[in-house]
Design a protein around this ligand. Sequence first.
Ligand code: GDG
Length: 466
Amino acid sequence: MEVSGHSGELVIVTNREPYNHERASGGVVCKKTIGGVVSALDATMQQWGGTWIAWGSGRADFDCGDVVEVPCDSPKYRLKRVKLSPKDKQLYYWGFSNRTLWPVFHFFTERAVFSTMYWRAYQRANKKFASSVEEMAGPDSYVWVHDYHLSLVPSMIRSCVERIGFFWHIPWVPWGTFSKIPWRDEIFNGLIGSDLIGFHTKYHVRNFIECAEAMNYQVDKKRSVIHHEDRDVRIKAFPVGIDYQEFASEKTMPSGIRRKAAGDKIIFGIDRLDYTKGILERLLAFEEFLRENPEWHGKVTLLQVATPSRTRVEEYRLLKQEVERSVGRINGEYSTLNWTPVKYFYHTISFNQLIQYYRAADVALVTPIMDGMNLVVKEYIAAKKDLGVVILSEFAGAAEELEEAIIVNPYDIHALAESIKKALEMPEEEKKERFKALKGKVKKHDINWWMEKFFNEWEKIYTAKA
Ligand code: GDG
């Protein structure tokens, strides 16, 4: 097996599996799962092959053993599933990952739950992933561990694997926030078992280095290296891209969306229903925009898809209620017989539908309160055939690259409302200029560019040692 011209099999380790098996009335069905990390990595694995290790979360996942070939209809790589007990699932996944690490690393520390029970389950689960790596990886393997669910794995596998890379998909916070985690030493020590740690932005890299200094690690800031146990751990920003061709390709069916939406203009948002994604702020801004701009009544529709996510966590259930209340309030206030200002869907949509929505949308409204990168904004830019306008939160990692978007502070509802007006009324020439620049960037810095960049940096470490 060759990884982008390098010898050695690629072993990817993530919490979420790219495909799961579920029981349906006609038997077992194999489905692709939804999520940013999966979207990014599946394309690469299909191209390069190798092994993907992940939690087997589907009900029928273990019906045919713990190793399967995927994608199920045209296999390209192996998927090794890790079995977690219901208790581990509850405490490691719903607990420590989603109720401790996720809020802290998105600056929502007041929502974080610090529980020793969660922490112990997190350690146990990380150990299980580490054991699967030991079972599946060979001496030449490149083991690439992903995201906040698995921060302890690199140090756990260090004694049996030589090449370890890590990519952290969510923001990394400054020391003042990170230091609140009671198990910060163990988490940091787990991560620096890697040879290379990647983040989406330079800001996240700076924060990580700041934490290393605060924890008295030996740091070479110039080289962006942390020296640990006779090894150098390189820290670098690799802004993730998307599979541009997949989104830009012509193969999706044309839609009747333009006719279906009563408004002349469509503003589009799609996110997991998560408090970090700024869905509520977006609705409030749209409400203010309608209040301030009656001339737009009947002519603009906000199409918001909220994909169900982490439905067992209390905060997510409350958010769902709040979002639904806001949608109801806006539609109650402004709807007419022929116009519903907010079209809100609380379910997942197919890839084909997603592309159709992207293409139909005149404006993409992407307003996370905090986001590692945000793939939606890049997908919109790639999929849109004619000119589009992008409103983007300054707190999405993507804002570091996509400066030609209308950059907004999502906490500033008034500014957000004004940016909606600006987007809808933008002169064609300005639209063209901005969108051309955005498209160029998303096309150039796609998923293949990202992988190459990460792998070249990773490989350099071993070439320098040889
Ligand atoms: C994490 C970080 C970082 C969503 N609903 C549907 C659907 N999606 C797809 C989107 C996109 C993906 O899910 C969401 O990606 P994001 O980047 O917005 O967000 P997270 O899931 O939070 O991902 C994030 C990412 O990792 C990668 O590093 O960018 O910052 O939080 O691809 O299109 N796809 C379909 N139907 C849906 O209903 N087909």
